[in-house]
Design a protein around this ligand. Structure first.
Ligand code: S3P
Length: 434
């Protein structure tokens, strides 16, 4: 069978305990900051998915040596400092990865290097003006395609200056791109966000010895600061754990533990939302790994019910909605999600692709411009689902098989490798019938 098609059969059950791979956001940033630091940074448990490999490839193309040791469990990034990157000879291929493209855009523009950034069909449809426009205010010159989409052509030899910018949309990628550009800029760069988004860049910059000033929703960085090489351990990705947490919660009769998961409060919206829907979750063994809080998360038997999701939780769970929509489809009663327009700009339009898939399984769904209304039902049907090159759509519908009455065929499942290369093996071990 082709790697691109998976069949998830009914009758699976999730139980036991498992560990999911390293956090994608933190892994990207480890490579990036390691490359910009003075000295050799060691990164343990970095996610070796296609997205992070795209980031690694881009830095290698700009002259950074990255060693992969212990079967990839340890990376050694030979930092070149803020002035050491070379202009790449080829197009920087970001693959499917919005984080690679947006953060790299800030770094490459900041370094004043001429470069072209492109990616796959999905990435070439995603909005990039949200990062090129504020970078232009800082003095960069970046061309996009007509719709404000990739490829991005960055003109070199431009010195940037700091700005005080208010983000029109809550986006950690844009915030991070501007802070990273700000490292190279003259003066201070400040970014104010309309809602709290993940703060991994701020935490990790501090870990590399950079002073980052935070006051309320505003975060500022002064240009010209040296990054000092660091040792990083990447916690397990709560966004990957979410599929298993939801799978166990919607099955409702088993206990499942996901170990050593990053529980940074800017990422735990999925836990709050599952609790609002009646899930019983406990966090044990809380500890800190590399400046990030970590805990073992256990799902206990409980039945899910629908809920109105408070919009302020949306940015804190933005990547978990594909899984949460499946939970809602199996919950008693109605779930309403609003304030989630950003879902339309992810690896696919996640409101559209999830609604289509859920309808295929017999669920009654109403789409809204910024969300979805889902009427849960006791059992799901089967059918063929198109993932549209979106890893999280494929993994969410794999979990739907736990409540399905017939096979679910997932087309476009190879996208799973962007964030979770061992998903199928782990899911089988935990009890899914894929
Ligand atoms: C990410 C930020 C979020 C998230 C993405 C990773 C990051 O995107 O959806 O998967 O690592 O900064 P936005 O900044 O577009 O919300």
């Amino acid at each position: 069978m082709s790697d691109d098609i998976l069949i998830a059969r009914p009758g699976g059950r999730l139980q036991g305990s498992l560990t999911v791979p390293g956090d994608k956001s933190i892994s990207h940033r480890s490579v990036m900051l390691g490359a910009l630091a003075e000295g050799v940074t060691e990164v343990r448990d970095c996610l070796m998915g296609e997205d992070v490999r795209a980031t690694m490839g881009a830095f290698r193309a700009m002259g950074v040596r990255i060693e992969e040791l212990e079967d990839g469990r340890l990376l050694r990034v030979h930092g070149v400092g803020l002035k050491g990157l070379r202009a790449p000879a080829e197009v920087l291929d970001c693959g499917n990865s919005g984080t690679s493209m947006r953060l790299l855009c800030g770094i490459v523009a900041g370094a004043g290097l001429p470069a072209v950034l492109s990616g796959d069909d999905s990435l070439r449809r995603r909005p990039m003006r949200r990062v090129t426009e504020p970078l232009a205010l800082m003095g960069a010159r970046i061309d996009t395609a007509e719709q404000g989409t990739p490829p991005l052509r960055i003109h070199g030899a431009r010195a940037l200056h700091g700005v005080d910018y208010v983000l029109p949309v809550a986006s950690a990628q844009v915030k991070s791109a501007l802070l990273l550009a700000g490292l190279f800029a003259e003066g201070e760069t400040c970014v104010t966000e309309p809602a709290v988004t993940r703060d991994h860049s701020e935490r990790m910059l501090r870990g590399f010895g950079v002073e980052v000033r935070q006051s309320g929703a505003k975060v500022c960085i002064k240009g010209g600061q040296t990054l000092h090489a660091n040792r990083i351990v990447v916690p397990a990705d709560i966004s990957s754990a979410a599929f298993f947490l939801v799978g166990a919660a919607l099955h409702g009769r088993e206990r499942l533990t996901v170990r050593a998961v990053g529980v940074n409060p800017t990422r735990t919206g999925v836990l709050d939302i599952l609790r609002l829907m009646g899930a019983q979750l406990t966090l044990d063994n809380p500890r800190e790994i590399g400046g990030e809080p970590v805990a073992d998360i256990t799902v206990h038997p409980a039945e899910l019910h629908g809920a109105e999701i408070p919009p302020e939780l949306v940015p804190l769970a933005i990547d978990e909605f594909p899984a949460l929509f499946v939970a809602a489809a199996c919950a008693r009663g109605r779930t309403v999600v609003t304030g989630a327009e950003e879902l339309r700009h992810k690896e696919s339009d996640r409101i559209k692709t999830m609604a289509r898939g859920l309808r295929t399984l017999g669920v009654t769904v109403e789409t809204l411009p910024d969300g979805m209304v889902i009427d849960g039902r006791p059992g799901l049907g089967g059918g063929a689902i198109e993932a549209h090159g979106d890893h999280r759509i494929a993994m969410a519908f794999a979990m739907a098989s736990l409540r399905a009455e017939a096979d679910i065929t997932l087309r476009g499942a190879s996208a799973i490798a962007t964030s979770f290369p061992d998903f199928v093996t782990l899911a089988r071990t935990a009890g899914l019938r894929i």
